[in-house]
Design a protein around this ligand. Structure first.
Ligand code: NAD
Ligand code: UD1
Length: 314
């Protein structure tokens, strides 16, 4: 198949590109490299084409999708906090960009559309774990745009016969997650700061918890969703049903790094969710998803990767 991966130069996207190439697909990456990196990609691979461009640009999106059999739409401003600080800019990428991709799919009669939605759309809920039927409560512009994207995708399904697979990712972590911004994922920040013996900040009391998913488990699922007909057009949670809070995360990092960590606690972030835990029965049943990497194992591999990176940059 010929597959367009938007955001293919990013953390999750580049792992997916590796796997799709391994499965012998032709891959077109569309990325503006705002947070992604060319060095995440196997630049010389004969089955890979990279288009440096922006999903806000209609012509670029239409040209990139031409001749493709499927689209995996991952490009986004991935930080919840960035959307709070800059709602207009993130909205243009996260919602308007999605609509442009959907229009391109329609224009080129591409049916298969895999989309990265987010657990953020559940907000703070009393119900734990959250299933797909838990009432939604998007608390931030990021969450509102992901939810609106889901509604647009469903419109294109009903109106134009799109065959979507929509996944609500919980917290994904692993090698290549970029730790360099205050908006970066917490595990990437904590890992890099541990390795560099720098202090780290916990926003809140550290008791907030997330359902962390190792990236290799996620991309296996995404590649399967590209190749197989999705038996269920409804969105599905991608979490493992295990809860880890930030204090536990720091304990794990302390254990395997053997380091004393310098941790300070500050005010919680606006719109931050306290607990997030997935009921993942739908994805297990419908997509045959099964976790291969428990959190501790994934963390270990990820830590070793950041360690190698820091040694190679000395
Ligand atoms: P990332 O920042 O590494 O990847 C996003 C990619 O999109 C980057 O390569 C970036 O350069 C590209 N991009 C951003 N704006 C663009 C634009 N205007 N035009 C073209 N390319 C653009 O983040 P990630 O963690 O790999 O996230 C991938 C997707 O998964 C995002 O849609 C994100 O919202 C979603 N998601 C991630 C998580 C997580 O825990 N990492 C959880 C839920 C959902
Ligand atoms: C993450 C993803 C988001 C996704 C959501 C799904 C990133 C950057 N964000 O958001 O794309 O949709 O999961 O659940 O990948 N924190 C600290 N110190 C730090 C950094 C963060 O205490 O230095 C805290 C945050 O305040 C938050 C927790 O760690 O309470 C997790 O933050 P973060 O990694 O940014 O993830 P989410 O906001 O859950």
């Amino acid at each position: 198949m010929k597959i367009l991966v938007t955001g293919g130069g990013g953390f999750i996207g580049s792992h997916l590109v590796d796997l799709l190439l391994k499965r012998e697909h032709v891959v077109i990456v569309l990325d503006n490299f705002s947070t992604g990196k060319r060095s995440n990609l196997p630049l010389e691979h004969p089955q890979l084409k990279i288009i440096e461009g922006d999903i806000r640009d209609t012509d670029t999106v239409f040209q990139a999708a031409e001749g493709c059999d499927a689209i995996v739409h991952l490009a986004a401003v991935a930080s919840v906090q960035a959307s709070v600080d800059e709602p207009i800019g993130t909205h243009e990428v996260n919602l308007v960009g999605t609509v442009k991709l959907l229009e391109a799919a329609k224009q080129h009669s591409i049916k298969r559309f895999v989309f990265a939605s987010s657990a953020a759309i559940y907000g703070n809920t009393e119900v734990m774990p959250v299933s797909e039927s838990t009432p939604l409560s998007p608390l931030t512009p990021y969450a509102a745009d992901k939810l609106a994207s889901e509604y647009y995708i469903d419109f294109y399904r009903r109106q134009y016969g799109l065959s979507p697979a929509v996944f609500r990712f919980f917290n994904i972590f692993g090698p290549r997650q970029d730790p360099s911004s205050p908006y970066s994922g917490v595990i990437s920040i904590f890992m890099q700061r541990t390795i560099n013996d720098q202090p780290m900040t916990v926003f809140g009391d550290g008791e907030q918890s997330r359902d962390f998913v190792y990236v290799a488990d996620l991309v296996q699922l995404l590649a399967d969703a590209v190749e197989k007909q999705n038996p269920n057009h409804l969105p599905m949670n991608v979490g493992n049903g295990t809860q880890t809070n930030l204090n536990q995360l720091l304990d794990l990092i302390r254990d395997f790094s053997g380091k004393k960590l310098a941790v300070s606690y500050e005010e919680s972030r606006l719109g931050d969710i306290k607990h997030s835990l997935a009921d993942n029965r739908a994805v297990c049943e419908k997509m045959d998803y099964h976790r291969q990497y428990p959190v501790a194992l994934g963390l270990r591999i990820t830590y070793d990767w950041y360690l190698t990176k820091s040694e190679s940059s000395i």
